[in-house]
Design a protein. Sequence first.
Length: 229
Amino acid sequence: MARPAGDPAFEDLTARARIRDAAIRLFADGGFGNTTVRDIAREAGVSPGLLRHHFGSKEALREVCDAYALDRLIRIKEELIFEDKFTSPTFLPSVHPTVLQLYKYLTRALLDGSTAAAALFDQMVAQTEQWVEKMSPGVTDDRRAFAAVLVGMQSGLFAMHEHVSRALGIDMLTTEGHLRMSGALVDFYLNPLLDPELTQKVRDMKDSLRAANPPATAATEPRPKEHES
């Protein structure tokens, strides 16, 4: 994804795309709050005025980066699955650096504690919910919860980057480290950790707890005490 100024591929990008890509790199490395408009303009090889012309503000630029990162990752996954590019000898090597950069960007964005980060997480859950409905409609009876937990689990791996890398003995954001982590994820998803009997017991327990603790409603919520005269 990173292309130095002077590289023909860099020069072929529109100024808007160069600014977006530069912002993604810098936001991923240093965070939104620690990155200035001048930093992004310098990285993109443009003037701060041109950045403001295209995006208006750093906040608006972040919204564009969020949308692009999510859309690009989904498109890559769809190409792998629906166009069977797993068998392509060139596709994965060509997109893998981009995948790592975008995961790094999204993780940093989710951890900054802002309203924008909360909106981004909600968007990721909604898109994951749509993906589950499309790819595995029978996997759960609560797609919303399934999607929220899945996004949280995968984002958590990148949020725990330092610890996971130490456990693996290699930086998980290098190609080799990410491939090792991805292999473990494939094994995790392929092999259920609960046998059918235990799974049913857990579901029965969940139903029993839900029946014993119904959600509060207007009719069941305690009424406030009236002041004594």
